[in-house]
Design a protein around this ligand. Structure first.
Ligand code: HEM
Length: 149
């Protein structure tokens, strides 16, 4: 909701084209990913990654929030675009530890956002300075005050 309220043009577009709900939720996941820094891995063998030597056994941490704004992967990464396609964000991780709850989280987001837009056509709020929790691993807001209209 914060992203839609910050981007009224995108909110209007989603209201007009409800078929965009899937790609809108994917873009929300990319743009403000709840797990910003992800977990870490231990290198199974020595390797060079983007010119950086990594020793076998060394701990490597992936910053999902940064990957999701990588300009090599996402044209205009700082633009919130609910029609973005393809959108290969890493908000649910990747590979063998890919989030087990991803289908549930996606379904919940689609139901919540879809119903809010349906029920409250005039939803509005001052979303300039939301109160964030101090946890980048499980990032979220303490609260977001909106007026339902
Ligand atoms: C928007 C919501 C969610 C986000 C952004 C998210 C994100 C992630 C990420 C990034 C990972 C990968 C961690 C890694 O690679 O080490 C992960 C793993 C996991 N997630 Fe989620 N998650 C979400 C919701 C859920 C829900 C609702 C559940 C359960 C109902 C869940 C269960 C799990 C489990 C069990 C794993 C570990 C999978 C494994 O290690 O094989 N997640 N999640």
């Amino acid at each position: 909701m914060m992203l839609l309220l910050r981007h009224p043009d995108q909110m209007r577009r989603l209201r007009d084209q409800r078929g965009l709900l899937n790609s809108a939720v994917e873009e929300m996941l990319r743009f403000e990913c709840p797990v910003q820094r992800g977990t870490f891995r231990f290198a199974g063998e020595e390797m060079v990654l983007h010119g950086q030597k990594i020793e076998a056994g060394q701990q490597v941490s992936a910053v999902i929030g940064a990957a999701n704004r990588d300009p090599r992967q996402f044209p205009e990464p700082e633009t919130f675009d609910i029609t973005r396609e393809p959108n290969r964000h890493r908000s649910f991780g990747r590979g063998i530890h890919f989030c087990l709850g991803a289908p549930l989280a996606r379904a919940e987001a689609k139901i919540a956002v879809g119903r809010l837009l349906e029920r409250f056509p005039a939803i509005d709020g001052d979303v300039r300075q939301p109160q964030w929790r101090a946890n980048s691993g499980f990032r979220g807001m303490r609260e977001l005050e909106v007026a339902l209209g």
